[in-house]
Ligand binder design. Structure first.
Ligand code: G6P
Ligand code: MG
Length: 218
């Protein structure tokens, strides 16, 4: 059987954690007297924690000391962890288990490729850790998406050439990273935002078993 590498982003692909990031960033922004909207939160999808705080400070026209910056990063993550500690299997996005199971049946290597440093915790909470042959996350990379590093490491860990890998991504930066890595990019979200992906689906309910089979064969 043909083997392809299937690489999944986490936030916005497997689970919808954007709402928890939003609550935690909003709380932090409020403490700095910065207004933070859901539209701005959209722009933080796929963006690393450090870069996210830099962007929020820029939107609010604030400069702060390095010490406070690090302190706020820690506080944001504590707040975020308090939300994700309540997560369970019910938060897995529709039809993600069907696709993961199909890939397992077809003996395709599966890796996570996420910017989050909390990826392992989240996978444990939703009971999906054992579905992955490799987990590459924010702790393993030095360059954030749109740099392809996270996906290239993932490909290496599952022993599949980049051009034989398929990436599921919901963020603009993540799709760019997959394209730069010479992988097939599958955008999860809207065509208007992810038009640079090879394929775009609203969510996994739109991805048929036949489509997955065709990715494996071609
Ligand atoms: C994902 C999310 C971003 C988040 C980043 C880092 O890419 O889409 O919103 O900032 O991960 O997550 P972390 O859990 O390490 O703060
Ligand atoms: Mg994402």
């Amino acid at each position: 059987m043909n083997k392809k590498g299937f690489i999944f982003d986490l936030d916005g692909v497997i689970v919808d954690t954007a709402k928890y990031h939003f609550l935690a960033w909003k709380e932090l922004a409020k403490s700095l007297d910065i207004e933070f909207t859901e539209e701005e939160n959209e722009q933080l999808k796929g963006v690393s924690r450090v870069r996210s705080l830099e962007k929020i400070l820029a939107w609010g026209n604030k400069t702060i000391s390095e010490e406070l910056f690090n302190d706020l990063m820690g506080k944001k993550n504590e707040e975020y962890l308090s939300y994700i500690s309540e997560m369970d299997e019910n938060e897995i996005l529709p039809d993600v288990p069907r696709v993961l199971n199909l890939l397992k049946v077809k003996q395709q290597p599966i890796s996570l490729g996420s910017a989050s440093k909390n990826a392992r915790t989240i996978l444990e909470r939703v009971n999906l850790k054992s579905s992955f042959d490799a987990i590459v996350d924010g702790n393993d990379v030095s360059k954030a998406k749109p740099d392809p590093e996270v996906f290239l490491i993932a490909a290496k860990q599952i022993n599949i050439k980049p051009e034989d890998c398929i990436v599921f991504e919901d963020s603009v930066a993540g799709v760019t990273a997959a394209n730069t890595a010479n992988m097939i990019s599958i955008g999860i979200g809207s065509k208007a935002i992810l038009g640079h992906a090879n394929y775009v689906f609203k969510d996994f309910t739109e991805i048929s078993d036949d489509f997955i089979a065709s990715l494996i064969e071609n």
